[in-house]
Ligand binder design. Structure first.
Ligand code: GTP
Ligand code: MG
Length: 218
């Protein structure tokens, strides 16, 4: 890539959403892509995707975000789903512990089928249901740190952190690729640093970058 000649350059990144059934994968995507939420959404069958465009460093970056069924019997051919993915949201439901316990299995599957460095975000969804929480923020954060993932709690219902979760992953992919191009030798080393990141909503609703992690207040 010639950096002196990259104006108007476009990027298209594939991002996959994975996690057990009913953790809210489809609603996270519909909230992000269309600002829609469905309280009675049906289990996904097969694969769907939506494309979102954002601007990074003055460049048009398109993210093609893929959503599939958490239920094994409804899933499309697994390797095709992961092929070419540069980013992943790995989602559990903070009110159902079994969905958190499944995360290592989803990470293994992602690792088995991906062919490149994947920017990964652990997402604890349904943080609007803090009253019936079954997984603490600390547990989510620890797992993310141990596995080298970003971490965020989200709510597709009230929109908390949804845009942030997707956009951190998309920006990380973009950064990985820029760095790869700039200096391929140090690429691996650089991306292994500072993987747990941190964006949260300030008290006034403003976005704040900070050390730590992001979660709902409830
Ligand atoms: P599969 O397609 O079967 O893998 O499920 P999924 O992970 O796509 O889950 P889906 O988005 O269909 O949501 C499952 C249920 O959880 C639906 O009833 C949603 O309305 C609900 N839900 C999703 N996100 C949230 C959330 O952030 N908060 C609350 N309270 N409910 C949510
Ligand atoms: Mg679904």
């Amino acid at each position: 890539m010639d950096s002196s000649d990259d104006e108007g350059e476009e990027y298209l990144f594939k991002v996959v959403i994975i996690g057990d059934s009913a953790v809210g994968k489809s609603n996270l995507l519909s909230r992000y892509a269309r600002d829609e939420f469905n309280l009675h959404s049906k289990s996904t069958i097969g694969v769907e995707f939506q494309t979102q465009t954002l601007e990074i460093d003055g460049k048009e970056v398109k993210a093609q975000i893929w959503d599939t069924a958490g239920q094994e019997r409804f899933r499309a051919v697994t390797s095709a789903y992961y092929r070419g993915a540069f980013g992943a949201l790995v989602v559990y439901d903070i009110t159902r512990r079994t969905t958190f316990e499944s995360i290592p299995r989803w990470l293994d599957e992602l690792k088995t089928h991906s062919d490149t460095t994947v920017a990964r975000m652990l997402v604890g969804n349904k943080c609007d249901l803090g009253d019936i929480r079954a997984v603490t923020v600390e547990e989510g954060k620890s797992l993310a740190e141990a596995e080298g993932l970003f971490f965020m709690e989200t709510s597709a219902l009230d929109s908390t952190n949804v845009k942030q979760a997707f956009e951190i992953v998309i920006r990380e992919i973009y950064n990985n690729i820029s760095r790869k191009v700039l200096n391929s030798d140090s690429f691996k080393e650089e991306v292994s640093v500072n993987r747990v990141s941190l964006v949260s909503n300030g008290p006034d609703g403003s976005k704040q970058q900070k050390q730590g992690y992001s979660c709902c207040s409830r």
